[in-house]
Ligand binder design. Structure first.
Ligand code: AMP
Ligand code: MG
Length: 400
């Protein structure tokens, strides 16, 4: 059996990063930048006021205080969006709004709160230093600065920065389209009534949502029945339509071997036994050079294997370099044993108290008990053979 780390490393090494495309600024959030962005402009493009107030020469108000106010002549009002038309000389001030261009001659702004305007005279009752309340040309970004490098994830601040740089289009990595197929004669889609022996197909919907959350573009390819020809037809159609394929079910031992047979026939597949619970049986490989993930059928196994293996793969395809969830230490609230020879990823509620996380498992942990994941916000890692008491520390990670 492979360890989780070995299997994941081997798999991730073979995952391709998708080619790039140009996207408009309004359609690029959460994509990964694939070019170096240099500023062609200064931000801000001119010296401007950080306050509503009065642009002055700092030396004029050097000794000013509430007990020793000074009166200056107001030469004009400068609103944001307009250029000043007058110079400020000694004994003068210009009324200025936040973001408005600094007038020649002035080198500081006195905030409105310490002034009183009477006609064209202003009484100032506080001093300012030179440069105070002034935002200088290029202080945020200078012309020719490198602002963002390839690999940068475009979050809202980056989108805002693109607009500041007059960048209407950017080169990003494509997001993967991911075809999803459930397998098994027992599966019934939503809306149809259950006949004896049948169950709901829940995995397809859960995986669809996981692909969306990982930033992939899911394509629902329905249910493949336990029939080799039909399964082959659906798998072929799926791989032709998408950058990757996820199947659920049919990869464990003692299974009707249809899924395994078809995957083996279509591509280069490995049927892995990974030393983890839930989710020991998994398949990974490629068909037509595209990654294929065969997830186990048990609902908890399918969701957990996706989280630990498929999510990082989707992130890598989309150009991300930070692929794995952060792990941290959590203190057990109850005793936990793992008699298995495999690492157990227990579904847990992780709570922070005074900078320390605690972990409480979410009841029965069978791989079919989906509710154990619905109640959980994270996973804790219980090493094989471990007997741990409340108060001991384990590795933990969030599921979101
Ligand atoms: P398998 O991996 O195909 O042997 O399936 C293992 C268990 O998961 C069986 O109890 C299946 O009925 C169940 N199962 C398989 N596929 C799904 C699915 N799409 N939704 C819910 N349960 C499933
Ligand atoms: Mg099956």
């Amino acid at each position: 059996m492979l360890s989780v780390e070995e299997a994941r490393e081997q798999m991730l090494e073979t995952i391709p990063v998708l080619p790039t495309e140009k996207r408009g600024i309004l359609e690029c959030v959460n994509y990964v930048l694939a070019e170096e962005l240099k500023s062609t402009e200064n931000i801000p493009p001119f010296d401007n006021s950080a306050m509503d107030g009065f642009a002055v020469r700092a030396t004029d108000v050097k000794d000013t205080s509430e007990d020793n106010p000074i009166v200056l002549s107001v030469v004009e009002t400068i609103a944001a969006g307009y250029a000043p038309s007058k110079q400020v000389t000694s004994g003068e001030a210009a009324r200025i709004m936040t973001g408005a261009m600094m007038p020649d001659g002035a080198d500081a702004v006195v905030m409105q709160e310490v002034t009183e305007l009477n006609g064209d005279k202003v009484t100032i009752s506080d001093s300012v230093e030179k440069d105070e309340n002034v935002r200088f040309t290029g202080e945020s970004v200078s012309q020719c600065d490198s602002v963002m490098s390839p690999g940068k994830v475009l979050r809202p601040p980056e989108v805002s920065m693109l607009a500041s740089l007059n960048c209407a289009e950017v080169t990003v990595h494509q997001k993967p389209t991911v075809a999803i197929v459930s397998t098994g004669d027992e599966l019934t889609p939503l809306g149809e009534s259950l006949t004896p022996g049948k169950i709901r197909d829940s995995n397809r919907y859960g995986i669809f949502a996981q692909v969306q959350n990982a930033g992939g573009i899911p394509i629902d390819m329905g249910i493949a029945p336990d029939d080799e020809d039909e399964t082959e037809r659906i798998f072929r159609e799926s791989i032709a339509k998408a950058d990757a394929l996820i199947t659920s079910g049919g990869v464990s031992v003692g299974e009707h071997d249809i899924v395994k047979n078809v995957l083996t026939k279509l591509g280069e597949m490995n049927f892995w036994r990974v030393a983890m619970k839930p989710g020991k049986p998994q398949a990974y490989g490629k068909i037509d050079g595209k990654p294929v993930f065969g997830l186990p059928g048990n609902p908890v196994s399918s969701l957990v294997v996706f989280e630990l293996f498929v999510r990082p793969a989707i992130l890598k395809m989309a150009g991300h370099t930070d692929l794995l969830r952060q792990t941290f230490k959590a203190v057990l609230e109850t005793d936990v044993t793992n008699k298995d020879g495999r690492v157990n990823f227990m579904r847990s509620i992780l709570t922070e108290k005074n900078g320390q996380y605690t972990a409480k498992t979410t009841g029965p942990q069978g791989s079919g008990i989906l509710h154990s994941l619905v109640l959980a916000n994270g996973l804790i890692t219980i090493p094989s053979g471990a007997t741990l008491s409340a108060g001991e520390t384990v590795d933990a990670q969030f599921l979101h």
